[in-house]
Design a protein around this ligand. Structure first.
Ligand code: ZN
Length: 274
């Protein structure tokens, strides 16, 4: 499932040729189930895609004339960019675009499992959607003080499932949450009230290591999942220390324990994490 590093990888690839003028739009017969609001007239032909922003796992394409296309990748969604028409199965939306130098490019939203969402909004609604998300964990606002204050507000919650809450930690997904706990040396089941101040610093540092590591390898692809804008897999698996691992890659000796916590597969090292 695409998490912050995967969405950011795609964003960085898509912004390179901007601005792009939209020449034609093609939609699949099922795009209606992805596109919100469903009764909205979606017609970006002639508009220019000027910028692409990201907060957490939400990507926002900024067009001229106060139009915004927001995308949430769901389980298996993503954008592709190519000089050739994208013929991949499960392509639901495809823009034929033109660069400033009059080169043709194709930009498409692909989503095999169709849990993704597209929102075509004006500025006001785009901001509303954006503001539903809390602090993005890759930004300077994700500080010791911020983390300490939110942990204090929810003392009884367990750390790992709590980290998945997008209202406080935008961009965290299941593999990142397990990896942050591992690198911070904290069991995923630990209650927030039992996390010491020194460990809060460790969570901040661990988050940076996890995000930076996987961004360098263009995201993380698990079996059959995410591909970047050129259709390539991300090689972030090499940075994982507990998630999907048999042996902990921090101590290199203890077998990783897998539990189900709040319905999600959760991995930790019983030696490295207390
Ligand atoms: Zn270990």
């Amino acid at each position: 499932m695409p998490e912050l590093p995967e969405v950011e990888t795609i964003r960085q690839q898509l912004i390179r040729p901007l601005p792009l003028t939209i020449l034609t739009v093609e939609m699949s017969s099922v795009v209606g189930s992805l596109l919100k609001p469903q009764n909205h007239q979606f017609s970006p032909v002639g508009m220019t895609l000027k910028n692409i922003l990201r907060k957490g796992k939400l990507m926002t394409m900024v067009f001229d004339e106060d139009h915004y296309l927001l995308s949430h990748f769901g389980m298996s969604g993503g954008w592709r960019l190519s000089p050739n028409k994208i013929l991949e199965k499960h392509t639901h939306l495809q823009f034929k675009c033109e660069t400033k130098n009059r080169e043709t490019l194709y930009l498409a939203f692909v989503d095999p499992r169709r849990f993704g969402h597209l929102f075509f909004f004006n500025k006001e609604n785009a901001e509303k959607k954006w503001n539903e998300l809390g602090v993005d964990i890759s930004t300077p606002e994700f500080t010791y003080e911020y983390l300490k204050s939110v942990l204090k507000r929810f003392p009884e919650k367990q750390l790992k499932p709590f980290l998945l809450d997008q209202k406080y930690f935008a961009g965290v997904g299941n593999y990142i949450a397990s990896e942050i706990c591992a690198r911070a040396g904290i069991r995923p089941t630990r209650r927030n009230k039992l996390i010491r101040d020194a460990e809060i610093h460790k969570i901040i540092t661990a988050t940076k290591i996890v995000i930076d590591g996987t961004l360098k390898t263009n995201g993380t692809t698990f079996s059959g999942g995410y591909a970047d804008a050129s259709g390539e897999k991300g090689l972030g698996v090499q940075h994982l220390v507990v998630f999907y691992q048999e042996t902990c890659q921090l101590c290199h000796k203890t077998p990783v324990t897998k539990i189900i916590l709040a319905q999600r597969g959760t991995y930790y090292c019983p030696s490295c994490q207390k």
